[in-house]
Ligand binder design. Structure first.
Ligand code: 0O2
Length: 237
């Protein structure tokens, strides 16, 4: 009989068959199926922790500034295909321990805001929390990628509390504006990671122009935000 657990492992087995013989896949699954499932469950818990932190910040900012900085939060667990492909591409051993040690982005949380200043306000408030440890920061807003990609990336670790232990899990947090998100979504569809699709220089140029137009919209919206900001309320303390 095929159980739910077997079904959950099918995409992983399929991904492995691209790189291993059938019997090696069987051996791998025998050895690593349980720890792999467990690791993915821990990453899901870490995603929940990080999402909650941002929802709490959104609530608090809405009290302080009378506006909710977060438009939406999208989270994802890296697919087995993507995990296996990245481990092979980077020549890492294909064990569960090695997945945890070598990949920073198995758990991903994307936070979408309206304004660039909100991206940094949220990042600062999030990183100030004493259980969040910053491992790496890539600011593709200050320094966009050559293709025009913009976003603030934070690789962090957060603790998750299990019945008998506390574990630190790594999560990749991407914080960006709606404009940056719209561009990244469309660009992903036409190009990102599709090695077999070679975009013409003209199309690449056009994508870059769209990213620059997006950056201009963000900067004008930022100006509007500043012009319409409410004065800070007087505080008695
Ligand atoms: P998905 O499907 O979004 O999860 P590495 O991840 O280590 O191979 P690096 O340089 O450490 O590469 O990571 P990077 O480039 O800082 O961030 C990777 C993630 O950022 C990607 O995740 C995308 O989500 C996003 N990203 C980075 N560059 C681009 C880009 O040019 N276009 C778009 N649309 N997104 C980008 P994944 O896992 O590749 O994809």
């Amino acid at each position: 009989m095929v159980t739910d657990n077997d079904l959950a492992l099918m995409p992983l087995e399929q991904a492995l068959t691209h790189y291993m013989s059938e019997s090696s896949v069987r051996d791998w699954v025998k050895e690593f199926a349980i720890p792999y499932r467990e690791l993915m469950a821990f990453y899901k818990c870490a995603i929940m922790e990080v999402e909650t932190k941002f929802r709490v910040l959104n609530e608090e900012f809405s009290l302080l500034q009378d506006s909710n900085p977060i438009e939406s939060i999208q989270s994802r667990l890296k697919t087995p295909e993507s995990i296996v492909e990245k481990m092979i591409r980077n020549h890492h051993p294909l064990t569960v321990e090695s997945i945890e040690n070598n990949l920073n982005d198995v758990a991903g949380v994307r936070v979408i805001c309206s304004f660039i200043s909100e991206v940094y306000e949220l990042a600062d408030a999030f990183l100030k929390q004493d259980d969040v440890v910053l491992l790496a920061r890539k600011d593709y807003i200050q320094k966009p990628k050559a293709n025009g990609y913009r976003s603030l990336h934070l690789i962090i670790s957060v603790p998750i509390f299990l019945h008998d232990e506390k574990r630190r899990m790594r999560v990749e947090v991407q914080i960006r504006t709606m404009t940056m998100n719209g561009w990244a979504g469309s660009e992903h569809k036409v190009r990102y990671k599709k090695d077999n699709v070679i975009l013409s220089p003209r199309v690449q140029e056009e994508l870059l122009k769209c990213a620059e137009l997006g950056a201009e919209i963000d900067s004008r919206m930022e100006w509007i935000r500043q012009q319409t900001a409410r004065p800070e309320p007087d505080r008695d303390d």
